[in-house]
Design a protein around this ligand. Structure first.
Ligand SMILES: *Cc1c(COP(=O)(O)O)cnc(C)c1O
Length: 369
């Protein structure tokens, strides 16, 4: 039904081609450091108003480096939501620290701030907070809770899925003590692979540099990758706006389908010239009713040509030997079992395509009921 359409990502783009060719022509493409990485660092510093921007080889490594920068070491605890990117749990384990699970917000995919108050202990070194599937985590409330706890806990903000988004005029990724981005192949900003860490905190930046430099730069992002990224940064804000508009339309339609629901992206609120909150949308999350077999549904949609997948499996079932579970995790279980994710390339298509997608969802849902 959708097979005649292309949802390929990244799309072929003349600007990216020119930028990569320029890096080859001027002979800079092979180096780890040089004019392209310098420009990328400057761009990130200015765009996000941060002191330090460190480039690295992936979002997964960026999360681990950010945690190490925040002072996490073996035996410490790191709080994160039981529904999150799988690598985030592993990044904590890689350091020898213990993940402490809290729930996500009811009906959503981001961490429930009130649970953090319960989970924090004298062992907690960091809270890992991800903006997921277009939903913005309530970083401001989390900061208040962390401050009230009296413990010296750092907040690590995972903005891998949401470059270009903002909360009350502040860009996502720059809301907490340290923020991370991914430039992986499917991500909104893509260098095929790559990541970045941003912070205002001198100590965090220094710790990351010391850990990364082992005679050479161990987790670099190359000049070639930076050359591929630079032109995308100029287009990001326009594309974020287009994706947001499309997602609002799509979600409104999906919410009229019985058995499916979305958050609707109604959270874009304009508090005046530069106090806007904008959702950056990498995956559109759809909640599927409990009686529907989500795996079959996803398979059929994929067979029709829709770029879809299941949500994260989450960690709510992880053994107590691998993590601490101070609160109940019912919302994380629902998020893990009843989420369908539609990939962002559909959002750069026309409204007619979005309407086709809604029909495709409806028909396939009826066919399995
Ligand atoms: C993709 C992603 C990562 C990891 O990024 P990679 O560059 O793929 O290693 C981390 N966190 C979240 C939320 C992600 O979506």
């Amino acid at each position: 039904m959708l097979k005649h359409l292309s949802f390929k990502w990244p799309v072929a783009c003349e600007f990216i081609r020119e930028s990569i060719l320029a890096s080859i022509d001027d002979g800079d493409w092979g180096a780890y450091h040089g004019r392209y990485t310098d420009r990328l660092i400057k761009y990130l510093q200015q765009w996000l108003s941060v002191e330090h921007a460190l480039l690295c080889c992936s979002g997964t490594i960026a999360v681990e480096l950010a945690l190490r920068g925040a002072g996490v070491s073996a035996g410490d605890e790191v709080v994160l939501a039981a529904y999150d990117f799988p690598g985030n749990f592993r990044a904590i384990e890689a350091i020898g620290a213990t993940p402490v699970l809290v729930d996500v917000q009811a009906g959503g995919w981001v961490v429930e701030p009130n649970d953090i108050a319960v989970a924090i202990s004298e062992k907690t070194k960091a809270i890992l907070v991800s903006h997921l599937h277009g939903q913005i985590a309530n970083v401001r409330k989390i900061k208040t809770i962390v401050e009230a706890s009296g413990y010296p806990v750092k907040i690590v903000e995972d903005a891998c899925q949401s470059p270009g988004g903002s909360l009350d005029g502040r860009p996502l990724g720059a809301l907490a003590d340290v923020g991370v981005f991914s430039f992986g192949g499917s991500k909104l900003l893509s260098a095929g692979r790559g990541g970045a860490i941003v912070t205002d905190d001198e100590t965090i930046a220094q710790r990351i540099k010391v850990y990364s430099e082992r005679g050479n730069d161990s987790f670099p992002l190359s000049q070639l990758q930076a050359a591929a990224l630079l032109p995308q940064l100029d287009q990001l804000s326009e594309l974020t706006g287009r994706r947001f508009q499309s997602a609002a339309f799509l979600c409104e339609q999906v919410n009229q389908v019985e058995g499916l629901s979305t958050l609707g992206f109604s959270t874009m609120t304009d508090h005046g010239a530069n106090r806007q909150s904008v959702n950056a949308i990498y995956k559109i999350p759809v909640r599927v009713d409990a009686e529907v077999d989500v795996e079959t549904f996803v398979d059929r949609l994929a067979a029709d040509g829709l770029p879809v997948g299941l949500g994260f499996r989450g960690f709510y079932r992880r053994s107590q030997r691998r993590c601490r579970k101070p609160v109940e995790l019912p919302n994380s279980k629902i998020a893990a079992e009843q989420t369908l994710l539609i990939s962002h390339p559909v959002l750069l298509h026309e409204l007619a395509t979005l309407e086709l997608i809604v029909s495709c969802l409806k028909q396939n849902l009826m066919s399995i009921h």
